[in-house]
Ligand binder design. Sequence first.
Ligand code: HEC
Length: 221
Amino acid sequence: MSDPTPKDPRLEQAGATDESLLAAHEKLLGRKPDDGAHYKMLPLVLLFVFSGLIFYAGTYLNRYSVRYDATVFDENGHSTKGVAAVAKADPMVLGKKNFEAVCITCHQATGLGVAGVYPPLAGSEWVNGSEERVIRIVLYGLKGPVTVKGATYGAVAMPVFGKVTGSGYNWNDERIAAVLTYVRASFGNKAPAVTAEQVAAIHAKEGDRKEWSEEELLKIK
Ligand code: HEC
């Protein structure tokens, strides 16, 4: 057996590197080294263009999408042309929706409340009495003993509905006016409507404050 000499062609092949083999193959196949296989960074310009578009789209949606609120939405509202002609939702429709979304859980669908816990709105001297008092009750809440139709309540507080610190609802003045208008004209009650302007005036006068007590309310005419 003869040892391969340095001139042996087999030795030359064995010494070939992977890269030179690859190059040789690609040459044989008539292909250039594959540039497409290399990762190329996305041009920065495109990155900025797309970020800009996403930002624009977000701002656009935020600006032009209608704020949808199931308790305010009026499915009977008519379509209107132009911003100036936006129809005011009927306070009775809006008020009923809001009453049924929230007040109903305590004061009940009949407006009769729950004996000893939730006072009645039906025939209540507070509901049918001075707007000054009833607006304050819904705007800021009511806490402590209160007499309604001869019975005393006070185990639980009436929640704060207005845009007041600590309010769980943050209803605007229009919404409060609507629910009061509805309550004052339902369950046999026949008191006049409450306007958003009346609520706004009391809101501006009282500012930010805590729940009323019966005693404080009775001082207001
Ligand atoms: C979590 C239960 C609860 C909800 C919800 C609630 N109330 Fe009350 N409400 C009370 C309680 C309790 C009182 C009595 C508070 C007290 O004893 O100091 C009261 C008192 C009242 C009063 C004065 C007393 C009377 O019976 O006339 C009015 C008016 C009133 N609520 C209206 C409303 C309206 C309108 C809503 C919906 C916007 C509403 N309430 C939602 C519990 C509730």
